[in-house]
Design a protein around this ligand. Structure first.
Ligand SMILES: [Zn+2]
Length: 336
């Protein structure tokens, strides 16, 4: 197969940042995705309706400037003490999800949650409002390669305590997390990134240290990658795409920031992963259908054309070293 048309993909996990670079990051996302769920780890964090509406307006203006037909989906940051009323105000301001960051787990998460009892009233309000709980599932106190597995019992308790709450475990990275998601009821799903599907810790550390592959949760073993590919290519509606695209300018990256600028190369990388697994016919379900269905959104409008044509990922895009910089990918992607 030399080309493939799929319904326009959605990205259910994107860090679009704020300030002047936001326009370029939004335009880059809108080049391949019709909708993207904006993560709320900005400063100050969107923890009430007004901040969230302001951030949504900045993102909508950037989309308008890109000339693309795209839509941003909003999430608020769940923080201890925000109160149920703020949850309802975020829902009124258009939020579809609230993001749970364990304290200290990733960029701008020092105000995160130490244990779920700190946000029990807020979680009950999210359940009532029909909002999705999007979870960065890592325990920052555990050794770095075991953080995701260490967090699974915490999430297990949340799933049991709120029997109608819809939950997404974000950016799955290991085989244990895949098994846990399969065990939980259908109201629990997961996003998987292109980089966790295509690469392992050897791409980050095996030859020389390559910070363009440094993200949280860390890329893991070949066996973990194979479990993720099995899940993504299975056709299960519990697994769908979220890029976790998280651009950091060169100076921040040099200072050790975790996060990869994944959105520019994500779709060509995914096409290669699904092709290698003999599952190109399931790419559309993973990128363009399962997530929208879980979030209760209409089917996507528009198409993405994937062509088998080599593309060398540039060393820099939008002032950032992108995922797979300098590597030759076998597919290219265009919106049509
Ligand atoms: Zn993220």
């Amino acid at each position: 197969m030399n080309s493939l048309r799929i319904a326009l993909p959605d990205d259910f996990h994107a860090h679009l940042r704020q300030g002047p670079p936001l326009r370029a990051y939004v335009a880059r996302s809108a080049a391949n995705f019709g909708r993207f769920l904006a993560m709320p780890n900005v400063v100050p964090p969107p923890v009430d309706g007004r901040f969230l509406a302001d951030y949504g307006a900045a993102l909508a203006s950037a989309i308008a400037g890109s000339g693309r037909d795209a839509r941003v989906l909003l999430s608020f940051k769940l923080v201890p003490g925000m109160g149920p009323e703020a949850v309802y105000r975020c829902a009124e301001a258009g939020a579809v999800a609230g993001k749970y960051y364990p304290a200290g787990a990733t960029t701008h998460s020092s105000d995160g949650i130490a244990e779920p009892g700190q946000v029990s009233r807020e979680l009950a309000a999210m359940q009532e409002a029909g909002l999705v709980l999007a979870v960065h599932g890592e325990d920052p106190a555990a050794p770095v390669l075991g953080r995701e597995t260490a967090f699974l019992p915490v999430l297990d308790r949340v799933v049991a305590a709120y029997p109608r709450l819809r939950v997404v475990l974000e950016h799955l990275s290991g085989a244990e997390a895949v098994a846990a998601v399969l065990d939980w009821p259908d109201r629990v799903a997961a996003t998987i990134t292109a980089h966790h599907l295509a690469y392992t810790i050897d791409d980050l550390l095996g030859d020389r240290l390559d910070p363009s592959f440094y993200c949280k949760p860390l890329l893991k073993s070949a066996a973990d990658r194979s479990a993720l590919v099995g899940a993504a290519c299975s056709g299960s509606p519990k697994f769908f795409f979220g890029s976790d695209s998280a651009p950091h300018p060169a100076a921040a990256k040099a200072a050790g920031a975790a996060g990869v600028y994944a959105s520019p190369a994500a779709m060509p990388i995914l096409a290669a992963v699904f092709e290698e697994a003999g599952a190109l016919d399931r790419l559309e379900g993973f990128c363009s259908a399962a997530g929208a269905r879980f979030y209760g959104l209409p089917e996507p409008r528009g198409e993405l054309l994937l062509e088998r044509r080599e593309w060398v990922v540039p060393g820099e895009l939008d002032g950032v070293v992108p995922l797979a910089a300098g590597r030759t990918l076998s597919w290219t992607a265009y919106r049509t």
